[in-house]
Design a protein around this ligand. Structure first.
Ligand code: ADP
Ligand code: ASP
Ligand code: MG
Length: 393
C-alpha cells in the first residue's frame, strides 16, 4: 500500500490481538514497524480476550451476594505473565504491575460494595466492566517501549468525554477534541506512541462510562477524529470485512474496498468485526478506515472509503443477527384506520426500542417490524394496551 509521509495512524488492537504475551508483542511490532516507516502512531487497545466478560460476570454475581474469590488473582497472574514476557526493564515492569494491582484492588472493592448493597446500577457496571482496558493498556505501552519507541498508557477517562448514558455513552466531540489535543497531541509531536484505553470514557464530571460492548472500535474512530488522524487501522483476527461471517461461512471472501455507508450497514446488521457506531466519526472527517488481520499483517484487508468499489455489482455481503423478534400487527381491522402505523410506532418509540426493519402489505391488512427479542415482551404489552380498540375489531 502507498502511504503519505508522515501520517498519523490510529491503530486499534482487539481482544484476541492483545490476548497473550505473544499477541501483545506482535501488536507492539505493528506499531514500531509503522514508526520505522516514519509514521506517527496512537494506539487504542481492548481488554485481553475474555476479560470484559469475566468482569461483567463477577459484577453480576457480586450483586447477588456471590463474590468471586479467585478472579482478582487470576487476572493478576494473566497480566503478570505478559509483563514478565514483554517488559525487560525490571523497574518498568514493577511499576506496571503495581498499576495493574491497584486497578484490580479497585475492582475487588467495587465488587465487595455490590455484594453488600445487592444492587447493580448501569453506572457501577461500567466502573467494573471498563477495568479490562485499563489493565491491558500499560502492557501494550510497555511492549512498545521495550522495542525502543517511547510509549505510555493513557486512560480514556482523561481524554474521551461522553454523555452519561452508562452502558452506551456517546462522545462529546468538542470536549474530547480539546482534551485529546492537550494530553495526547504533545506526546505524538515528541514522537511517542501513546496507548489509549478503548471502550471507556468519562462524563464531564469525570465519572467512568462505557461505549457499549465491542466499543473499542468506536473509541478508535473517536480518537482518530479528535486527533485528525490520516488513517484508522482496526487490527483484528480476520482478513478484514468479509462477504459473510467467516466463522459461520468458511468460504467467505474479503471485501477489498467498501464505502462508509456499506461498512455502517454491515456493522449495524450484525457484522461484529466493526462496532456499528465506528464509521460515523471517521466519515464526518473522511478519514479512511482499514480493517486488518494482526495474525496475517501482510494481507491488505478492507479499506473503507467514500467511494467504496463501484465496479463490484450486486450483493456484496450477507450478515445475520441473532436474538430478534418479528412483531406482526394484522387483521381486517387495520383497513382504513388512519394513523394506525403512526400509533404503533409511537408506542415502540416510547418503549425506547430500536426498529431494525419494517414492512407493510399494500392490502393494509398487515404490518411487521423487527426489534431485539429482549425488548419484545414490553413492546407487545404496550401495543396491546394502546391498540385495544383496534384489536377488539
Ligand atoms: P476484536 O476483538 O478484534 O474486536 P471481534 O471478535 O469483535 O474482534 O470481531 C471480529 C470477528 O467478527 C471475527 O472473528 C468474525 O468472527 C466476526 N465477523 C462477523 N461478521 C463478519 C464479517 N462480515 N467479516 C469479518 N468478520 C466478521
Ligand atoms: N472489551 C470490550 C468488550 O469486550 C470492548 C471491545 O473489546 O471492543 O466489549
Ligand atoms: Mg470487536
Amino acid at each position: 500500500m502507498i502511504l503519505r509521509h508522515p501520517m498519523l495512524i490510529v491503530m486499534k488492537f482487539g481482544g484476541t490481538t492483545v490476548g497473550s504475551a505473544e499477541r501483545i508483542a506482535q501488536a507492539a511490532a505493528l506499531v514500531t514497524a509503522a514508526r520505522d516507516k516514519g509514521h506517527h502512531v496512537a494506539a487504542v487497545t481492548s481488554a485481553m480476550s475474555g476479560v470484559t466478560n469475566s468482569l461483567i460476570d463477577a459484577a453480576q454475581a457480586a450483586s447477588k451476594g456471590n463474590l468471586d474469590a479467585t478472579l482478582r488473582q487470576r487476572l493478576f497472574e494473566r497480566h503478570k505473565t505478559v509483563a514478565d514476557a514483554v517488559i525487560q526493564d525490571s523497574a518498568v515492569r514493577a511499576a506496571t504491575l503495581e498499576q495493574i494491582d491497584r486497578r484490580l484492588d479497585r475492582f475487588e472493592k467495587l465488587c465487595f460494595g455490590l455484594s453488600m448493597v445487592h444492587e447493580l446500577t448501569p453506572r457501577l457496571l461500567d466502573a467494573i466492566s471498563g477495568t479490562g482496558e485499563m489493565l491491558a493498556a500499560p502492557l501494550v505501552a510497555g511492549a512498545i517501549a521495550a522495542r525502543g519507541r517511547a510509549s505510555s498508557a493513557i486512560d480514556a477517562t482523561e481524554v474521551v468525554v461522553t454523555t452519561d448514558q452508562f452502558g452506551g455513552a456517546e462522545p462529546l466531540m468538542d470536549e474530547t477534541r480539546t482534551k485529546m489535543h492537550a494530553r495526547v497531541g504533545p506526546l505524538i509531536q515528541r514522537g511517542e506512541s501513546p496507548v489509549v484505553t478503548g471502550f471507556i470514557g468519562a462524563t464531564v464530571d469525570g465519572v467512568l462510562t462505557t461505549l457499549g460492548r465491542g466499543g473499542s472500535d468506536y473509541s478508535a474512530s473517536i480518537v482518530g477524529a479528535a486527533l485528525d488522524a490520516n488513517e484508522i487501522w482496526i487490527w483484528t483476527d480476520v482478513d478484514g470485512v468479509m462477504s459473510a461471517n467467516p466463522s459461520e461461512v468458511p468460504d467467505a471472501r474479503t471485501l477489498a474496498e467498501i464505502s462508509y455507508s456499506e461498512a455502517s450497514e454491515l456493522a449495524y446488521y450484525g457484522a461484529k468485526v466493526l462496532h456499528y457506531k465506528t464509521i460515523l466519526p471517521a466519515f464526518r472527517q473522511r478519514i479512511p478506515v482499514r480493517i486488518l488481520n494482526s495474525f496475517n499483517p501482510t494481507h491488505a484487508g478492507t479499506r473503507v472509503s467514500v467511494e467504496g468499489d463501484p465496479s463490484v455489482p450486486g450483493v456484496k455481503a450477507v450478515t445475520s443477527i441473532r436474538g430478534v423478534s418479528l412483531i406482526a400487527i394484522s387483521g381486517t381491522g387495520m383497513q382504513g384506520i388512519p394513523g394506525i402505523v403512526a400509533k404503533a410506532f409511537d408506542v415502540v418509540a416510547e418503549q425506547q426500542s430500536n426498529v431494525l426493519m419494517i414492512s407493510q402489505a399494500s392490502s393494509e391488512n398487515n404490518m411487521c417490524f423487527v426489534i431485539s427479542a429482549s425488548e419484545a415482551p414490553r413492546v407487545i404489552k404496550a401495543l396491546r394496551g394502546t391498540l385495544e380498540l383496534e384489536l377488539a375489531r
